[in-house]
Ligand binder design. Structure first.
Ligand SMILES: N[C@@H](CCC(=O)N[C@@H](CS)C(=O)NCC(=O)O)C(=O)O
Length: 235
């Protein structure tokens, strides 16, 4: 058995699922290193040599002199170039894909992430900040409306096939429940969710490193919410 090139450090979060979706959908062999937040493994000095931000995900490419890549958008872009998947060679389509990737990295992720923080961490830990919560939930909804408009009359964010823009956006947008953002009245977004929900390899990736049904509004939500909030209280 050959050693796979890609070593992936990740956890079961919206950013952490992105490279997993890429690697599973492209059927690329990789080695998974689950990172435990409760053990603070993302802040370990050796890990921070690979990811100076002390967060997940990170990849190391053993096929390229152990080159390390952090930031999930940059990881998807690197994998797209290495494996020539999910990023068009057509210059306009390629630019559009990177535009929607940046839209996710700079908009959807940060806004939904803050909505999740204020709703799921601050509030249950006694720091309810309605002004901030409303700001981030409303802005997240606005961004999901932008996606809905973009997806009208098209199956994918760019071109006629799934790209790294879809791969980056899906785990965040699909976690609308956890961010307490409504997707009522967004039929094109819902149809895109349905499309990716029906992809077995995408769903396989979302079960790793371990399943987290609560992100998608399934399972014991109360228990998951309490455990999540408690973890941050200890931090
Ligand atoms: N912009 C970064 C964000 C990474 C990030 O925030 N990762 C979160 C999980 S989604 C994390 O590692 N959290 C642990 C911590 O904050 O210590 C990326 O896209 O890779």
């Amino acid at each position: 058995m050959t050693t796979p090139d890609i070593l992936l450090y990740t956890a079961n979060t919206m950013n952490g699922w992105k490279p997993l979706i890429f690697l599973h959908e492209a059927e690329i062999d990789y080695e998974l290193v689950p990172i435990s937040f409760s053990k603070k493994e993302q802040k370990a000095p050796d890990y921070m040599k690979l990811n100076p931000n002390g967060r997940i995900p990170t990849i190391v490419d053993r096929g390229n002199d152990d080159f390390a890549v952090f930031e999930s958008g940059a990881i998807l872009w690197y994998l797209a170039e290495k494996y020539d998947r999910f990023l068009s060679h057509n210059p306009k389509e390629r630019s559009e894909t990177l535009q929607w990737l940046m839209f996710q990295m700079g908009g959807i992720g940060p806004m939904m992430g803050q909505a999740m923080f204020f709703e799921r961490i601050a509030k249950p830990n006694g720091d309810d900040v309605p002004f901030a919560t409303k700001r981030y939930v409303d802005e997240s909804r606005r961004l999901l409306e932008v996606l809905d408009t973009r997806l009208a009359g098209r199956d994918w964010l760019v071109g006629d096939a799934m790209s790294i823009a879809d791969i980056a956006t899906y785990p965040w947008a699909r976690s609308y429940f956890w961010a307490t953002v409504s997707v009522e009245g967004l039929p094109h977004l819902q149809a895109w969710f349905d499309r990716m929900d029906a992809m077995p390899k995408v769903q396989e990736a979302l079960q790793l490193p371990e399943p987290r049904p609560s992100a998608f509004g399934k399972g014991d939500i109360d228990a998951a919410a309490k455990a999540n909030a408690a973890r941050f209280k200890e931090a």
